[in-house]
Design a protein. Structure first.
Length: 381
């Protein structure tokens, strides 16, 4: 399959597109196709579900949650991007070069049932994942960590709208139709593993900064039948501590209510409108609410979280005996990425052998690291 895609990549002109449709909703099959496309030199720009009855396409956020046929849209990067990567190597500038080129290829707006829809592939984490895959496919170390990437988006003035990132030249094209609608476009999220559970929490807390007691009943409904078989179910308290901030509410002018919480309370509760951020009444209502941090603080949390993930990965690496029955995909992803940066291919291969094959096949990121490590170890790369 990869050789077939490689031939398509060879004959396709730079900057042109290809669409792949395959009648199989198994996540493992689709991930294998996506990895083969990436290894052939394509960049995945969009994955949509094909609604045969309506003859339309709908964006999807997770291949594990879709029963319809899926459609993968990919493009062949222009030759200039490849040439600049060869000249610069794995530098931060090469990473940002890819990001700018990739954003130019993505649609600025999408509509569904005459409503503005979120462009899933403009989510910062999606863009980062594609950047990582680009460097892995070219056998380069990844030059930016996720926290450096998130901080860099702000430092380099990539405009953000409704959880999506744009080039400065694109944002006006989005703002015009956005001004015509009252509500921001919504992303349909399903919690199937730890990462998607974090994404669900982020969407929830952006709209409604909440206490643990308020979040818990909503969160529990997400941990249902769609959860991946071998993925360890996380504790809500741990996800909140590792990825979000809680307002402690010390008051006395030293701890004003964060803007995110103030905006929510003043909009939804009449009694809290127009109050100073250190007003005791507002502080009391805001106390112990969890909220999504701004990009700078998010980068700090990301660094702390990655350190914790790598510490747990070490227990997987040293595990002996039978295969791991339950594990955290986020730990494996962080560990494989770190091992790749150190060119420790054997760690990737050995740890992959400790988890069920179906779990490996159903995760696009793990499959990419593993396949590339296996290929390079066999060729002596």
């Amino acid at each position: 399959m990869q050789r077939c895609f490689a031939e398509y990549q060879r004959v396709l002109k730079p900057g042109r597109w290809m669409t792949v449709v395959f009648s199989n909703s198994r996540a493992g099959v689709w991930n294998a196709i996506q990895v083969a496309l990436q290894q052939a030199g394509f960049v995945v720009a969009e994955v949509t579900a094909l609604d045969k009855k309506q003859g339309s396409y709908r964006q999807v956020t997770s291949t594990t949650a879709v029963k319809q046929d899926l459609v993968i849209s990919v493009y062949k990067p222009n030759g200039g991007l490849e040439q600049r990567l060869t000249e610069r190597g794995a530098s931060p500038e090469s990473a940002w070069d890819f990001v700018e080129t990739h954003l130019r290829q993505l649609p600025v707006t999408k509509h569904w049932n005459n409503e503005l829809e979120q462009v899933v592939e403009r989510d910062p984490r999606r863009v980062y994942d594609h950047m990582v895959a680009w460097f892995v496919r070219h056998d380069f170390p990844v030059p930016l960590s996720s926290d450096e990437f998130l901080a860099g988006l702000q430092q380099r003035n990539f405009p953000e709208r409704d959880g999506m990132i744009f080039l400065p030249s694109q944002v006006g094209e989005y703002d015009r139709p956005r001004a015509q609608v009252e509500h921001s476009p919504q992303m349909e999220l399903f919690a199937s593993d730890e990462r998607s559970a974090i994404d669900w929490l982020a969407e929830f807390l952006k709209k409604r900064p909440s206490t643990y007691q308020e979040v818990h009943p909503e969160f529990i409904t997400q941990l249902g039948a769609g959860w991946r078989k071998h993925e360890e179910k996380p504790e809500l308290s741990a996800l909140l501590e590792d990825n979000f901030l809680r307002y402690e509410g010390h008051g006395e002018g030293t701890d004003p209510v964060p803007t995110q919480i103030n905006n929510y309370l003043s909009k939804n509760f009449h009694d809290y409108r127009g109050l100073d951020k250190d007003d005791p009444r507002l502080v009391a209502k805001a106390k112990e609410r969890w909220y999504v941090p701004d990009p700078n603080k998010a980068a700090d949390l990301e660094r702390r979280r990655e350190k914790s993930l790598l510490k747990e990965f070490e227990t997987y690496r040293t595990h002996t005996g039978r295969r791991l029955r339950e594990f955290r995909l986020e730990v494996l992803r962080a560990g494989f990425k770190a091992a790749w940066s150190q060119k420790d291919l054997q760690t990737i291969i050995k740890v992959a052998g400790k988890i069920p094959e179906v779990a490996l096949q159903e995760d696009e990121k793990l499959l990419l690291w593993y396949d590339q490590a296996l290929t390079l170890s066999e060729t002596g790369g």
